[in-house]
Write a protein of this length. Structure first.
Length: 82
């Protein structure tokens, strides 16, 4: 599922580039077509932001796991003093 989500994110970003290029290549913009593309871009941006938040949360979880493991390892390295 992670691969599918990353592919969707990449597809979203590619599509946003295509929409941007469409606007950049227009001498005279068809307002109706432009509105459709803006609506599509807004949906892609929302979807991408959501996925990026998920990715950020995954990184935070990994970071917490690593810090916990390091803390546990540090506790095991303490030398008892007699």
């Amino acid at each position: 599922m992670a691969k599918e989500n990353s592919e969707n994110l990449n597809k979203n970003l590619s599509r946003l580039v295509e929409i941007t290029e469409w606007f950049n290549n227009q001498d005279e913009i068809d307002v109706e077509e432009g509105l459709k593309k803006v609506k599509e871009a807004a949906g892609l941006i929302r979807s991408s932001k959501s996925r990026l938040r998920e990715i950020e949360n995954e990184f935070e979880e990994i970071k917490k796991e690593i810090e916990k493991e390091e803390s546990e390892n540090d506790d095991n390295l303490e030398i008892p003093i007699n």
